[in-house]
Design a protein around this ligand. Structure first.
Ligand SMILES: Nc1ncnc2c1ncn2[C@@H]1O[C@H](COP(=O)(O)OP(=O)(O)OP(=O)(O)O)[C@@H](O)[C@H]1O
Length: 370
């Protein structure tokens, strides 16, 4: 799939923009703070319904205006469809697919699959577990709308349970009310863990092969899911396991006023040649692991949806050494790729006859060559 045309209005520093994109390679270069990331952010939004940088729509709307819009044309299985997002100051966004307004975010997923790779992602391995859980949630939601539903329900119940735990501290008679939340938390939580286990199993195999290639067979990467329910993969057993542990930890949870059991505490582990990459990996190994993981996502989406997603490479090339850059660029021949960079010196000769090159200057875009 690919984005054939993009149009922005009052989107960050873009007043009005209309652009045809190359079905394969698009390179946007320019100095800092010209609008390169804003551009990839808008494509990411059409795929996921949200920005990768902010939860606040207000920040996206061009200053001194009140409505911002994105309209992209997407070619998927040779059919053209439009995805339109209108953002309002102080009102929920409105999303249309093929001109029809959708009321559930999960109806957006799958119309445009995107994979974003930015310098932030290079920290995926070594940063805190929140980043890795977010990675899991975004990637699985794109291909499994049911996951997104269960995740939303889980988060709602978790919030209610945590509020209740805080109230119980002052009113013990409320303790019995926890039963209903524990039941629901186990139900939704077991779905989340089952989906995550399946996802990690699949991308684990793909990432291992990719990592082997990048390191010329020197490193063997393995990825696993770290959970309080190790060894349990059946959904019914997980449900029972979560429920039992919630009861077991109930007094502790009441004392602390938070829920200490469930997938919101889980994480991903990475090993290279059986050594924990988070703790002992060099910076280079951590980066290569992140790169293998990102590239495995492309293959995963292809295997689930039969088409490659659109790849957004935001300012990431300069962060990789020349070998990794070459590996990355060579892997992308059949994938629409949007690259942003401040300098094109390293890639000026790259796929010269099979790309569009654009210069970004203060929210305006000049096409340099076909
Ligand atoms: N809501 C907004 N309205 C108008 N301009 C905005 C808004 N939000 C951000 N900007 C402007 O957008 C520009 C930043 O754009 P962007 O983040 O895309 O930069 P970039 O070209 O990717 O730069 P870098 O190479 O430094 O990452 C800044 O000039 C900023 O002031």
């Amino acid at each position: 799939m690919y984005v054939s045309r993009m149009a922005l209005q009052n989107y960050r520093n873009y007043d009005k923009l209309s652009l045809h994109l190359h079905p394969r390679l698009n390179i946007f270069f320019g100095n800092n703070a010209q609008g390169k990331t804003n551009l990839v952010e808008s494509i990411y939004m059409c795929g996921t319904g949200r920005s990768h940088r902010t939860f606040k729509d207000k920040e996206i709307i061009r200053w001194d205006t009140s409505i911002s819009s994105i309209k992209n044309e997407v070619v998927k299985k040779e059919m053209v469809t439009t995805i339109e997002i209108n953002l309002f100051d102080g009102k929920a966004k409105n999303i249309k697919v093929g001109g029809v307004r959708i009321d559930k975010m999960s109806d957006l997923f799958g119309n445009l699959n995107v994979v974003m790779f930015s310098p932030e992602d290079l920290k995926l391995v070594k940063e805190g577990p929140v980043f890795r859980r977010r990675f899991l949630d975004v990637e699985i939601s794109q291909v499994k709308p049911n996951y997104f539903y269960n995740l939303n329900q889980y988060n709602k119940v978790l919030l209610q349970r945590n509020n209740l735990l805080k109230s119980i501290k002052y009113d013990n008679s409320l303790t019995k009310t926890l039963d209903v939340w524990d039941e629901q938390l186990s139900q939704y939580g077991s779905y989340i863990i089952t989906y995550r286990l399946d996802f990690i199993k699949k991308i684990g195999i793909l990432a291992k092969l990719i990592h082997r290639k990048i390191t010329n067979g020197k490193e063997e990467l393995s990825i696993s899911y770290s959970t309080q329910f190790k060894g349990v993969s059946n959904r019914e057993d997980l449900k029972i396991g979560i429920y039992k542990k919630l009861i077991e930890r109930r007094q502790e949870d009441i004392r602390r006023g938070i829920t200490t059991v469930g997938p919101h505490r889980d994480d991903m582990d990475f090993y290279i040649n059986n050594i924990d990459v988070k703790t002992y990996g060099s910076q280079g190994q951590q980066r290569t692991t992140a790169l293998s993981l990102k590239l495995s996502e492309l293959e995963f989406i292809k295997s689930e949806c039969s088409e490659y997603p659109v790849l957004l490479l935001d300012d990431v090339l300069s962060e990789l050494d020349i070998n990794r850059q070459k590996f990355l660029l060579d892997s992308l021949k059949n994938i629409q790729t949007i690259i942003t960079c401040t300098s094109i010196n390293d890639i000026i000769e790259f796929r010269k006859n099979d790309r569009y090159l654009f210069e970004v200057i203060e929210g305006k875009i000049n096409k340099i060559e076909e």
